[in-house]
Design a protein. Structure first.
Length: 325
């Protein structure tokens, strides 16, 4: 794919948890490690997946499940990715429309009666990708309320930045996405927060740094520099003293239509992603297995691709090398 010394193209989506990558670029943390980088904002997760698979971008901010989705479709030595760094934990929520709230819907257990009352009309929920934690969190929440997500409701994929407008227009009845989109729906009175990932699956691994496998193996020193810069950026993002500066960086690189006030509120709230903590960044076997188990449970990966092949894409060994450097 890319060669040592060339500019690394970094793909990301308009989400708060893209912050460590844009911060590392903006504050010169990548440059300090001898890396040349360019930021490329993407319209949706499908774009990130395809561009990583075919080499149009070199580094990506992505849900952990994308590692499996990409590698399940990659051919040997072409498109395979790996991850040696988890960028964030939590940071997601399930937002339900104000229309349903006004009808008395307060909990997942309230939905079966609503589903029966609406037939043949069907409730529709948005997720950002079939291969992200949002899909698992939403399905699990619905199931606990007595809803079969495959039969009783419709689940559609939308870019995160389209969720609130779709909710307001009545195209969807709820969604599961990362911040600041839940806070925006709440602030504009289009929806209410029914559950968040901290309550559903505390400290679950969320976004990872994806790189191509050949970059990690053939350009080891650059990869180590990338990981060190990410650790420093995550620590900077987590420091409340930097919040005002972080908002400025996000407004410059990530969000074009979200106010400074909303971003500040989102970063300070309980729905915000967690950028640092004990063992948060380690791509451990247990975290890798959790992601894989959720994807297997919902039939999102080809049965013929062995678990061991997929799990090998998470690289705690490389994480430890960068941490000890």
């Amino acid at each position: 794919m890319r060669h040592a010394g060339t500019e690394l193209r970094i793909g990301y989506l308009p989400l708060l948890d893209a912050a460590p990558l844009v911060v590392a670029h903006e504050l010169g943390l990548f440059e300090r490690e001898g890396l040349k980088t360019t930021l490329r904002r993407q319209p949706g997760w499908a774009s990130v997946r395809d561009k990583m698979l075919y080499g149009a971008i070199d580094v990506a901010h992505a849900p952990g499940g994308f590692l499996y989705a990409i590698n399940a479709g990659a051919t040997p030595n072409v498109g395979r990715c790996c991850s040696a760094f988890i960028m964030s934990a939590q940071g997601n929520a399930i937002t339900i429309s104000q229309r349903l709230y006004d009808r008395g819907i307060r909990h997942a257990e309230d939905f079966p009666a609503e589903v029966r009352a609406r037939r043949p009309e069907i409730l529709t929920f948005g997720i950002v990708s079939q291969h992200s934690s949002h899909a698992h969190l939403l399905r699990g929440w619905l199931e606990r309320g007595g809803i079969d997500p495959k039969k009783d409701v419709r689940i559609v994929v939308l870019p995160p930045q389209q969720m609130v407008a779709s909710l307001a227009a009545g195209h969807i009845d709820g969604f599961c996405a990362g911040e600041p989109w839940n806070t925006l729906a709440l602030s504009e009175a289009h929806g209410w927060i029914a559950a968040d990932s901290a309550a559903l699956t505390p400290m679950h691994p969320e976004k990872v740094v994806l790189v191509h496998e050949d970059f990690a193996t053939q350009h080891h020193d650059e990869h180590m520099g990338l990981l060190r810069a990410q650790r420093a950026a995550c620590e900077w993002c987590a420091d409340a003293a930097n919040r005002a500066s972080l908002v400025k960086v996000l407004m410059r690189w990530v969000f074009v239509d979200v106010s400074e006030k909303l971003l500040t509120r989102s970063l300070a709230g309980s729905l915000a992603p967690i950028f640092t903590g004990p063992n948060l960044h380690a791509p451990s076997r247990d975290k890798a297995k959790w992601i894989l188990r959720e994807m297997r449970q919902h039939g999102l990966l080809p049965a013929e691709v062995a678990d061991a092949v997929l799990l090998a894409g998470f690289r705690p060994d490389l994480y430890e090398l960068a941490r000890s450097a």
